[in-house]
Design a protein around this ligand. Structure first.
Ligand code: ADP
Ligand code: NI
Length: 213
């Protein structure tokens, strides 16, 4: 018999099969694994963490479009799996709070939400974060870098999502801000090293850009 976890994994594998924007199945899988690790050091509902981590992107507007019915996919799947309304509401509430929305980002009001948000943000930084960012930029026809274009920090949610800046600017608009936005102690520790990896990467990038080394 397939477990609930197996069904959700199969669902997201299928769901993200055609994503090339850095929000593929493996992103959700890593967020699930990292969230599980963080959950070990926190007093929390582990099943709620796991289910929310696995489903955190299945109703994201970047993937399903602006017109999609809110949380339609998560709700449908959780109903099929026999989860009650109270559990489903908690999951959709967490998913609604996880995303980075520029200056409109929120701190989740539950420990489970904080864990999932940390895990999602950890996957946006470090070596994997760098890879995902360029994958996203490529998928949206963005320039890698333009020295004449300055980063736009502190944008509100709508402007942040409309921003079509270079991928290098995205480091300053989001990725380098995440270290200080982690909620849990475990994530704060992991973020320090991943942040340094990005800073070293950018140093190297500018040196090569100028024909140095
Ligand atoms: P969240 O996971 O907080 O909802 P997003 O889905 O917007 O955030 O972003 C996830 C990842 O997609 C980012 O960390 C980055 O790697 C990539 N990404 C999103 N927007 C951009 C952008 N404008 N330029 C480059 N990469 C981006
Ligand atoms: Ni995500």
């Amino acid at each position: 018999m397939e477990s609930k976890l197996d069904v959700i994994l199969r669902y997201i594998k299928d769901f993200f099969a055609t994503d090339y924007s850095g929000h593929d199945f493996w992103h959700s899988y890593r967020v699930y694994k990292t969230a599980k690790t963080i959950a070990k050091s926190e007093k929390c509902d582990e099943e709620l963490v796991i289910v929310s981590a696995l489903l955190h992107d299945v109703d994201d507007h970047k993937i399903v479009g602006e017109q999609a019915i809110p949380f339609e996919n998560a709700k449908k799947l959780l109903k099929q799996l026999g989860y009650d309304e109270a559990f489903t509401d908690k999951v959709t509430h967490i998913i609604s709070q996880v995303s980075f929305k520029g200056a409109d980002s929120v701190v989740p009001d539950s420990i489970e939400g904080k864990i999932v948000q940390d895990a999602d943000r950890l996957d946006a930084i470090g070596a994997i974060g760098i890879a995902r960012t360029f994958a996203f930029g490529g998928s949206r026809n963005r320039q890698i870098y333009d020295p004449n274009e300055k980063p736009k920090v502190g944008l509100k949610e709508a402007e942040f999502h409309k921003n079509e800046g270079t991928t290098i600017n995205h480091f300053y608009e989001k990725l380098l801000l995440l270290k200080d936005m982690m909620n849990t102690e475990t994530a704060k520790k992991i973020a320090i090293h991943r942040h340094e990896v990005m800073e070293q990467y950018l140093d190297e990038f500018y040196k090569e850009w100028e024909g140095e080394l």
